[in-house]
Design a binder for this molecule. Structure first.
Ligand SMILES: Cc1ncc(COP(=O)(O)O)c(C=O)c1O
Length: 408
């Protein structure tokens, strides 16, 4: 079934607005953050209007309603990624915090000097810097699966790195620059065969692909609500319960405890053990509404739509003299098109496109080492989601011809 784009676009009020110069917004920056449908905005409003109270602690009507909404969202998020249990879903602030939770709790309890962590050259800074910090503190070793010219991971090199029996393999399921969809199941299986634990950065995959925790067999999986039609300020860490049970708590305080004495405490059960203090309640409820929305539209249909848009975008961008595209062909990637325009700085490209309401991102997209690998400081990046249209791609392409004209 194809998506009814006109109906979908009506759900996103922001897509109807204009810039200050009167141009209609052409939002091609969903990789940075997605737009939010009215269903998510209303769910959060409704909580504040009708049910606002702190969770878990009260027996009054509002506290019970708020708790049920907060925990109900967790159940639906668990189902969305086919986790075995909602106890395996920890609310965090975002993907970055989910990865840091693993670096602070699991890694500091399990890694010592000389232990090897395998990452990749296409990681977002979120999945690099926490490991740099641990390397400085503990003396762990870091190795990187190289990225080929085509923008794929070199799995032959990965296999040779596995001979060194890493303790952890951590990689992005989908690149936020190249769009590459990595063969996660295969990477995980190979890591498990040598006894490594696997953490997957799912910031770009969960919003765009149908992901199944039990089929993938990832040990940990991190993602953010704001990239999947949900609000900012909330994300999730999926973890196998056996691993989460054995981990020490991350942040200490209220809610993550079972009992506190003056000189000691006992940690709460999962998932609360990792959720200290009053959480982002409205945001969790918005996260649940986002998952409901995506489920209703259909993840398979969303992926197919994005594929069609990406294929069209790559085709049209390739036609433009001086455009260089990064990343593999459309059949190996999600809805991301990173490119350079010969002789023109990506920031200038983005600024001129903005004059016609076309929103793309310019810079290193928090993947500086990847850009270094390709010998460039920055790219322009257009990215697509369920509400993107071929007409918007045409607007981008027309805009790029205009940029070329302006810069001679
Ligand atoms: C692949 C990838 N990982 C991690 C992140 C970080 O996500 P957040 O800023 O929501 O923590 C991003 C955000 O762009 C991303 O694209």
């Amino acid at each position: 079934m194809t998506l009814n784009i006109n109906e979908i676009r009506k759900d996103f009020p922001i897509l109807q607005r204009e810039t200050n110069s009167g141009a209609r917004i052409v939002y091609l920056d969903s990789t940075a953050t997605s737009q939010k449908p009215v269903q998510v905005i209303e769910a959060m409003n409704e909580y504040y209007r009708r049910s606002n109270a702190n969770i878990h602690r009260g027996v009054h009507t509002l506290a019970e309603e708020a708790t049920a909404m907060y925990e109900g969202a967790r159940e639906r998020i668990a189902r969305f990624i086919n986790a075995a249990s909602s106890r395996e879903i920890i609310y965090t602030r975002n993907t970055t915090e989910s990865i840091n939770l693993i670096a602070y709790s699991w890694a500091r309890a399990n890694l010592k000097a000389g232990d090897l962590v395998i990452l990749t050259e296409m990681e977002h800074h979120s999945n690099l810097v926490p490991w740099h910090m641990l390397q400085a503190e503990r003396g762990i070793e870091l190795e990187f699966i190289p990225v080929t010219e085509e923008g794929l991971l070199d799995l032959d090199v990965y296999k040779t790195l596995l001979d060194r029996t890493p303790k952890l393999v951590s990689f992005t399921h989908m690149s936020n620059v190249l769009g590459t969809i990595n063969p996660a199941a295969e990477i995980i299986k190979l890591a498990h065969a040598v006894g490594a634990v696997v953490l997957v950065d799912g910031a770009q995959s969960v919003p765009h692909l149908s992901v199944d925790m039990q089929a993938l067999d990832a040990d940990f999986y991190a993602f953010s609500a704001h990239k999947m039609c949900g609000p900012t300020g909330i994300g999730a860490l999926y973890g196998k319960s056996s691993l989460l049970e054995a981990m020490p708590p991350f942040l200490g305080g209220g809610d993550m405890i079972k009992e506190v004495k003056l000189r000691s405490f006992r940690a709460n059960t999962l998932p609360h053990k990792f959720e200290a203090g009053t959480p982002a309640i409205a945001e969790a409820i918005g996260f649940g509404a986002a998952v409901d929305y995506l489920t209703k539209v259909g993840m398979k249909e969303i992926a197919e739509h994005e594929h069609a848009i990406t294929e069209y975008a790559l085709e049209r961008l390739e036609e433009i003299p001086g455009v260089k595209l990064f990343g593999p062909a459309a059949d190996k990637k999600g809805g991301v098109a990173a490119f350079t325009l010969e002789g023109i700085h990506p920031h200038d490209v983005a600024q001129i496109l903005d004059q016609d309401g076309v929103a793309v991102r310019a810079g290193h997209h928090c993947a500086q080492p990847l850009h270094e690998k390709f010998g460039i400081p920055a790219t322009s990046r257009a990215s697509f989601y369920l509400y993107s249209t071929k007409e918007e791609v045409d607007m981008l392409v027309n805009g790029l011809y205009k940029v070329k004209e302006l810069f001679g």
